[in-house]
Structure formats: C-alpha cells, structure tokens
Design a protein around this ligand. Structure first.
Ligand SMILES: [Mg+2]
Length: 227
C-alpha cells in the first residue's frame, strides 16, 4: 500500500497526554482537592455546550477557583517532560517528511494549549524545521472530518485514497474510516488509557484498512518507509 499523505493526531498519538492529565490531577489531589471536584471542574473546562473543545490550564484553574474559592497555581512545567513523547514519534515524523510526503498534525483543542504541549515535550522546533503542518480544530464532533475533507480536495485524494491517519481514539478512527472509504489508519494504543476497551482496539485491528495497532510508533516506521 502506498501512502502519500500522512496525518498524525497529537494527543496520545505523538505525546502522552494522559500522563500530563494524570500529573495535573495528582498535583491537585496533593494540595487537598477532592477527586470528585477535580473531575467535575475538568469536565466543565474541557468542552462547552456548543461542542467546542475549550481546555487550557488557565480555564481549568478558573473552573476550580469558581468551585472552591481557591486560586490554584498550575505551572505547566510541573507536569510535562520530554519523555512524554511517544516512542518513535520523531522518527516516524522524520521518515514522512524526509521522503517528501506532505505531513500534518491534525489536532483537536485550543491552539494555545496544543502549541504549549508541543513545546514542553520538545517537539515544536522539530515539527517546524521538518516542515510538518499543524492543523488545529476546536470542533469536537466534526472538526477532524472537515479538515481531512479540505486535505482530500487540496491533494486530490478521492475518498481519502493514499492517506494514512495515525490516531489513538478507536471510536473516532472508526468514524473517519467510514466517512472516507479509501482512508487507511494506524492506531496508537496507550495501554494505561482507561477510556477505551480491549474490544474496541481488537475490532479495529481486524479492519481491512487498519495498517497496525501498537503502543508505540516504532512499528509505523517500516510501513512509511516501504510505502
Ligand atoms: Mg488523540
């Protein structure tokens, strides 16, 4: 199979966002906040009623302050380190750009927060220098499909033909494979991520347009190099 356009998701695909989230939650517990309050405020900070992703650390701190009356200091540097890059992330991105394939990071979130995470895990300069294009949407339900549709038009990839999506969420991946009947995907699975079940990943690994399901991006490298 030949892949000409490669589209990477960011959170939990290139960077271990769940670890960042757990580090933030652990800090809030350590300073005495209840789990229930943390999760309630996180939910409020994450998405608004219009279905837009609204999460930033400042917004989360604001929701916590509204709920508890406490001004909480949450310096991002406390929660993020270079080892939060997913293994094989840089090598996979480099393999794409060095072979001249248009390469994108398509991510859902508030641009300021997405860029901040890229910087703190040490990927921003690499992404810029390698010529990877960053596409950011806040539309939780349809944002990614709309952006992929734009790429389909731009590159003339009818129904996603020749495109490889590298993503972590099994439900979202399945939906995008349905919307674009020639799109292929590679699924990065975070073992510690409790949001999805074993069965959801097993179903995807049987999908005829899924090139692989793996905890790292190391197995993606030969797929890109041979395509
Ligand atoms: Mg993701």
């Amino acid at each position: 199979m030949s892949y000409n356009i490669i589209i990477f998701d960011l959170d939990n695909t290139l960077i271990q966002t769940e670890d960042i989230k757990l580090a933030i939650f652990a800090h809030l517990k350590k300073i005495g906040l209840e789990d229930k309050v943390i999760k309630h405020c996180y939910g409020k900070a994450k998405e608004n009623e219009e279905g837009e992703n609204t999460f930033t650390l400042n917004h989360f701190a604001g929701e916590l302050q509204r709920e508890t009356g406490l001004a909480i200091d949450m310096p991002m540097e406390m929660f993020t380190h270079e080892h939060m890059q997913v293994a094989g992330a840089k090598a996979a991105l480099a393999a794409c750009t060095e072979s001249g394939k248009p390469t994108y990071i398509l991510t859902l979130g508030v641009p300021e927060w997405q860029k901040e995470k890229l910087g703190l895990v040490g990927l921003d300069a690499f992404v810029r220098d390698a010529g990877v294009q960053l596409l950011i949407t806040t539309d939780v339900r349809d944002g990614k499909a709309k952006q992929i549709e734009e790429l389909v038009k731009e590159h003339g990839c009818d129904e996603g033909d020749g495109m490889l999506l590298v993503n972590d969420k099994p439900d979202e991946t399945e939906r995008l494979l349905e919307i674009f009947p020639k799109l292929h995907a590679y699924v990065r699975r975070e073992k510690d991520d409790a949001r999805y079940s074993e069965a959801q990943f097993a179903k995807l690994s049987d999908h005829e347009r899924v090139a692989g399901v793996s905890e790292t991006l190391e197995a993606l490298l030969p797929i890109i190099l041979s395509s």
